[in-house]
Ligand binder design. Sequence first.
Ligand code: COA
Length: 373
Amino acid sequence: MQSIVISGTGLYTPTESISNEELIASYNAYAARYNTENAVAIDQGEISALEASSVGFVEKASGIKSRYVMNKEGVLDINRMCPSLPERSDDEPSIMCEMAVAAAKQALQRAGKTAADIDAVICAASNMQRAYPAMAVEIQNALGITGYAYDMNVACSSATFGIQAAVGALQSGQARAVLVVNPEITSGHLNWRDRDSHFIFGDACTAVIVELAEHATSAHQFEILAMKLKTQFSNNIRNNFGFLNRGDETGIGQADKLFRQQGRKVFKEVCPMAAEMISNTVHSAKLKIEEIQRFWLHQANLNMNLLIARLILGRDATPEESPTILDRYANTSSAGSIIAFHQHQDDLAKNAIGVICSFGAGYSIGCVVVRKK
Ligand code: COA
């Protein structure tokens, strides 16, 4: 098997952010107005009043303090409660393409590569902003990359599954280097009117260059030692938005066409699965858990990450061992573990070993064990 490395990473962070205080003030204003407007029906027991959201709950239950978004005004406007993102003409770059190009340029620069060195682009994300042409082909064109490009979606695990697809392309001789991008506009599918989940997500885009070690020259190389992917069907995280929606007008605009989850069940079921996957992947690389210096975990919920680390290590991980970015970024879906990897890798010594682990809807879990070169 040829040696393969991740040789560069990039991150695009939107310029606008929303603090918990701002988000919850908006939600509570919406809930108060809803309760006033529906006072009679609520009094007669026909519908339930909306309860207030709270900063204290959000920070304790999730560890999230703020999130970046592509449009703040539309999200906070209680008459709208979704991002305001005007449609563009077919001749303009799409929003996902712009985010991906920004992250990709940083990844290329860190990898010491140009477009001419890349043979394939994979756009791996939870949502694509249109059906076709594939986002990846537009991104490929914008960067001036030849070869081929395609989209894939494995929800929050899209990035690790995308890295596996890149490794396959390298091993089969289809490419010398592959760009994997993860543009996540989660604000577009979050139900900002749902108290149970309105605080969960944020927007961002990550990029990684995966290439044959023999061609790699960068100072930021991580050799891939082992990878494992797993999926197991679950309805506990689900979004029914899709191209068949117009086949039944009664469903259009309903809450099931946005993100929804059984948060408690997800927490209980996914943590042990992720911990087991990490252990199995580490062991498949003939390594012991004690040899892992860093865990770049999916960034959905701080308590989930604390529990996963305890299950693996039998003790609490230090903040250095399991870095947190969700406090500022919230859950950026597939970008989360890669943001952690991007922001918390330069301090590692040569030969340090780490694990990237994503988990989410599907369920889907992806683990990548890497060694710093
Ligand atoms: N503000 C204040 N209180 C809230 C609230 C909010 N925004 N949302 C829920 N609550 C209340 C509930 O009504 C409930 O009250 P009760 O005990 O009186 O019934 C209480 O807080 C606990 O609610 P629960 O939904 O059980 O909270 P939780 O501790 O499970 O935390 C999540 C909720 C979503 C943070 C947590 O389940 C989670 O993170 N799960 C992981 C799933 C995930 O992140 N998935 C993303 C894709 S990977």
